[in-house]
Design a protein around this ligand. Structure first.
Ligand code: BES
Ligand code: ZN
Ligand code: ZN
Length: 494
């Protein structure tokens, strides 16, 4: 979809669909709606009266313009109360309008976002939110379909009206970079496990890095063994797919700047291993590399935005299978940190591979390390699909991540990491065990990770938010690409 700023007026702009955003306080006084209503012989006012349209958040109304204005159709999209308009309500409302426009067969769409000016959101921010909402809501994963959808919006024009062309253009560029990075993550998540193997993930990371001037190193099984990454080796044993350890190194800051290290869980399929999972919904476990996909997407956006920071992305990638050489309950592995780990349950594999990546992160002397992982069903039970679980050893870092998440529409909820959870994972035969008692599973998993960490660190458990069966506003069904926009915002805010 080509996106640009346009000098045209709402009445003269020639498009299949004209989307007009309006808050509910101004549906009768909105200048654009008034001028359109005049051109349409009061069709809008009549339509409001007939349908009881109020401009509530996400409320849509379509009106055929019958050749009276440049666009064939108008979609009026409600933002809700003026005082409550946020970047997130903008993303969601635009998402709804764009999906409707596409289903109506529109190829070209113009967007009037003047009414979203409420709450001092500047032109650039507003345009960025609109573009994020538009691209993300229109995302489709059709690579494996013989017949692709025919309906496609090819062109989106954001009407400048009183706004700043430079500001809107800046917002469009940024929204595009972010939404395309999220789309890359979604593609990687949605691709089934027989295609998206650790080798595939490594190749995709390498290609992305090459295009964007990021240094990329891939460690294969031999190097992983030479490095003594016992956690990665342990999980990979049960699969024929070789493990890969992906290292992406972006240098946008001064040489002396301490880097931020991002770590993403890259289990390309999680059968559970010998502690095998039940069959129901097991197909969804192709999403167990969503953390890794978010890190790869984030690295792409970091480079395209040319952020003035040094950022390292680490993705340990494995397939968790119950093969003849697979690890068994009771086995003990030694992680890169030197910590010995008793594997009580082979389905708690994420923490084993993250242990090595977190220990490896320390070599870069980072200012902070943040990991993203679809780590526990317990986190999903606690927070559902509405928030990710956020753990960490530094209050300030946690606050910054929460703030970045809020601004991005990705909620990260602070969860406890008390010393008691560490007591829960003491092992009889090794230093720690990979499973604690029945309750508090998200926190004991975080406590397990903490054992392999040295500096400031945060862990985001995205098990509940990484994947959905049901589309909602700009979230399409399947992989979400959760974390990309939050991480970018976090790095920018530093
Ligand atoms: N990948 C799963 C966690 C998960 C569950 C992610 C549901 C997304 C949706 C993880 O490897 C796992 O299986 N964890 C176990 C840990 C348990 C054995 C301690 C779990 O949560 O059941
Ligand atoms: Zn598992
Ligand atoms: Zn897993």
């Amino acid at each position: 979809m080509r996106i640009s700023v346009s000098e045209n007026s709402p009445v003269s702009s020639k498009n299949d669909t004209l989307v007009v955003l309006t808050d509910s306080d101004s549906i009768r006084s909105n200048a654009t709606l008034k001028s359109l209503d005049k051109a349409l012989g009061s069709a809008i006012r009549k339509s409001f009266d007939r349908t009881g349209y109020e401009g509530k958040e996400g409320e849509l109304l379509k009106i055929d313009s019958l050749g009276n204005i440049g666009s064939a159709q108008i979609i009026i999209a409600g933002l809700g109360e003026k005082a409550k308009v946020t970047l997130e309500s903008l993303r969601r409302t635009v998402a709804g309008a764009m999906k409707l426009a596409r289903s109506e067969g529109a190829k070209s769409v113009a967007l009037e976002m003047r009414s979203a000016k409420a709450n001092r959101l500047d032109d650039s921010q507003r345009a960025q939110a609109c573009v994020e909402g538009a691209i993300l809501s229109l995302y489709r994963f059709e690579e494996l379909k013989s017949e692709k959808s025919k309906k496609k919006i090819e062109k989106l024009s954001i009407l400048k009206l009183g706004g700043s062309s430079a500001g809107i253009t800046r917002g469009i560029r940024k929204g595009k970079i972010l939404a395309e990075a999220v789309s890359l993550s979604r593609d990687l998540i949605n691709l089934p496990g027989n295609f998206a193997t650790p080798t595939y993930l490594a190749t995709q990371a390498k290609n992305m890095c090459k295009k964007n001037g990021i240094k990329c190193t891939i460690l294969g099984p031999k190097e992983i063994e030479a490095q003594k990454m016992g956690g990665v080796m342990a999980v990979a044993r049960g699969s024929h797919e070789p493990a890969k350890f992906i290292i992406m190194n972006y240098q946008g800051g001064k040489k002396s700047d301490q880097p931020i290290v991002l770590v993403g869980k890259g289990v390309t399929f999680d059968t559970g291993g010998i502690s095998i999972k039940p069959s129901a919904n097991m197909e969804e476990m192709k999403m167990d590399m969503s953390g890794g996909a978010a890190v790869i997407g984030t690295m792409k956006a970091v480079a395209e935005l040319k952020l003035a920071a040094n950022v390292i992305g680490l993705v340990p990638a494995v397939e968790n299978m119950p093969g003849g050489s697979a690890i068994k309950p009771g086995d003990v592995a030694t992680g890169l940190s030197g910590v010995t780990m008793e594997i009580i349950n082979t389905d708690a594999e994420g923490r084993l591979i993250l242990a090595d990546a977190l220990a490896y992160a320390d070599r870069f002397k980072p200012s902070c390390t943040i990991d993203l992982a679809t780590l526990t069903g317990a986190c999903m039970v606690a927070l559902g699909a509405h928030a990710a679980g956020l753990f960490g050893n530094d209050e300030k870092l946690i606050e910054k991540i929460i703030a970045a998440g809020k601004a991005s529409g990705e909620t990260c909820w602070h969860m406890p990491l008390l010393p008691e959870y560490s007591d829960d994972i003491k092992s009889e035969v090794a230093d720690i065990k990979n499973v604690g008692p029945r309750w508090g599973g998200a926190s004991t998993a975080a406590a397990f990770l903490q054992k392999h960490v040295k500096g400031d660190w945060a862990h985001i458990d995205i098990a509940g938010v990484a994947y959905t069966g049901k589309a909602k506003h700009y979230l399409t069904s399947g992989g979400q690409g959760f974390g990309v926009r939050t991480l970018i915002r976090f790095i920018e805010n530093l």
